[in-house]
Design a protein around this ligand. Structure first.
Ligand SMILES: NC(=O)c1ccc[n+]([C@@H]2O[C@H](COP(=O)([O-])OP(=O)(O)OC[C@H]3O[C@@H](n4cnc5c(N)ncnc54)[C@H](OP(=O)(O)O)[C@@H]3O)[C@@H](O)[C@H]2O)c1
Length: 258
């Protein structure tokens, strides 16, 4: 029987690219996001190309307990998740106190809490079956503090740390847990985050290729793109204070250029 992949934030960007890649591999899909129209359209597009089952669940994962609700809806439909892609997320930029409370609060719930909650329920089942794969979408910002994107940077540090810990914990169950760390990638992300990306953007296709390969090899984490990887090495060679200063200066410069 074909495996089933649950993808959060499947309606655009990296999540959408994961959906097409896994469909091409013959995997059934459970797609979730808030945009029903986009997911329904995608479902039709994928079905025309690939012979796979697709279920769509509409959920706002920035609400507390929404991931638990999503899991319950998936179970009520008698579905089993073999591969979990925790991808939904967004970032904001600017001074911490100047952003809307709801967006700072919702960002932490979506990027951290919902990711951990969904993983909790699904890894429990995977542990019983002694198999499964989890890919968590972190970021290159996970490697250092990011002034002017303080919340986003901290949420991605959580995703990386959480994933690396689970990678070790669940090795003995035969469960693969990998954090993928993309750098600036051409998606809708910057519509909300603002012009904070540096250098030449990678594509969602490249990121998902890197992620699926890394998960196949059960890597603890993978940085997408060699240049991005080199940048993450800075935090190993410089002091934490220095890397924070550098990332703050870069962010401030790109935001002042507005
Ligand atoms: N693009 C980059 O440069 C970059 C770099 C590093 C990491 N990342 C990470 O990559 C992941 C995917 O982002 P992307 O770049 O593909 O951006 P994107 O094109 O904006 O996609 C974000 C996805 O998350 C979903 N989403 C947003 N808010 C949600 C909510 N409240 N509840 C449920 N789903 C929600 C969106 O769907 P709906 O709007 O339909 O809900 C969409 O499908 C994120 O975790 C992001 O932090 C991106």
């Amino acid at each position: 029987m074909s495996e089933t992949v649950l993808i959060t934030g499947a309606s655009s960007g990296i999540g959408k690219a994961f959906a097409f890649k896994y469909a091409k591999m013959g995997k059934n899909l459970i797609l979730t996001a808030r945009s029903k129209d986009k997911l329904d359209k995608m479902k039709e597009e994928i079905k025309k190309k690939f012979s796979v089952d697709i279920k769509v669940f509409i959920k706002d994962l920035s609400k507390e307990y929404s991931a638990k609700e999503l899991y319950e809806e998936i179970k009520n439909n008698n579905l089993q998740v073999d591969i979990l892609i925790n991808n939904a997320g967004f970032g904001t930029s600017g001074k911490f106190h100047e952003k809307e409370f709801s967006s700072q609060h919702g960002q932490i719930i979506l990027n951290c809490l919902s990711l951990a909650d969904l993983t909790y329920f699904i890894v429990k089942e995977m542990a019983e079956r002694k198999s499964g794969t989890i890919i968590n979408v972190a970021s290159t910002v996970a490697f250092q503090a990011v002034p002017y994107m303080a919340v986003y940077g901290a949420t991605k540090a959580f995703v990386l740390s959480f994933s690396e810990a689970l990678h070790q914990e669940y090795k003995e169950y035969g469960i693969k847990v990998t954090a993928i760390c993309p750098g600036a990638t051409e998606t809708g992300f910057f519509d909300t985050a603002g012009p904070v990306g540096l250098g030449k953007y990678r594509t969602a296709d490249m990121v998902t290729e890197t992620a699926i390969k890394a998960a196949g090899k059960n890597k603890q984490f993978a940085v997408d793109g060699i240049k991005n990887y080199m940048v993450t090495l800075l935090s190993r060679f410089l002091t934490r204070k220095k890397t924070t200063e550098i990332s703050g200066k870069i962010l401030k410069k790109s935001l002042n250029a507005l």
